[in-house]
Design a protein around this ligand. Structure first.
Ligand code: PRP
Length: 214
């Protein structure tokens, strides 16, 4: 049995559809209930529905064998897991954004609001730019509007949140997509099952990319 940490929400739905299409379906996952564990013994899979930001924690600590998680979360938390595949789903990018009329004052540190404090620190360290970090947990776009920060470092997907809050993108510096990650011990002890799953996923991703290019 492979234990799969699946992120709850839109990305998780897309990833589940992909897994189901290559032989790992588990119909009961569509049941309307508050269950968090679903299994299909015949296919050898047990799905664990977890918060997207917790997927890597479950996999690193061996509560799950494999998981699907955004590159943003991997970069931020740097878990001790194998990253086997780029699934090409949930594509977005890490950006710096500010109010439309923002002008940088280079004589003082930039005040940066973000959920991704490590990514933001690394980004500005590479630019040799001093910053003051303000850690938030959501609705990041509010910070510059209210004067809590000068800029934000956050993910942008459609760009709607930025536009509708009258912000502008100053920099895009990290493309993001969903990754298939594996616990290091599981990769040793359930190697065949994991390689089979990764092989099927990889073939399906290549097929989809070919179709998209055509
Ligand atoms: C994320 C992110 C942006 C938004 C970007 O927030 O933090 O706010 O999505 O998407 P868009 O470019 O398509 O508008 P999320 O919806 O996860 O909510 P949060 O504010 O709780 O972080």
């Amino acid at each position: 049995m492979l234990n799969i940490a699946l992120p709850k929400g839109r990305l998780g739905d897309q990833v589940y559809e992909l897994l189901a299409s290559v032989g790992y379906d588990c119909k009961s996952i569509y049941d309307e209930n508050r269950k968090l564990v679903f299994e299909n013994e015949a296919n050898g899979v047990r799905y664990l529905l977890v918060k997207p930001s917790d997927v890597a924690i479950y996999v690193e600590h061996h509560a799950a064998d494999v998981g699907i998680v955004g590159k943003d979360i991997l970069m931020e938390s740097n878990p001790d897991v194998y990253e086997l595949l780029d699934l090409g789903l949930g594509k977005c990018r890490m950006c710096v954004a500010a109010k439309e009329d923002y002008v940088e004052d280079r004589d003082r540190p930039v005040r940066v609001a973000t959920k991704f404090t490590n990514i933001a620190k690394e980004h500005y360290a590479a630019l040799s730019r001093d910053i003051d970090i303000i850690k938030l947990n959501g609705s990041i776009e509010l910070a510059p509007i209210l004067g809590l920060s000068d800029v934000i470092v956050d993910i942008v997907e459609s760009g709607n949140t930025i536009r509708e809050n009258h912000l502008k993108i100053l920099e895009e510096f990290l493309p993001i997509s969903a990754r298939f990650i594996v616990n290091k011990g599981s990769f040793e002890f359930k190697n065949e099952a994991i390689r089979t799953m990764a092989g099927r996923l990889s073939a399906a991703v290549q097929e989809r990319e070919k179709r998209e290019e055509a």
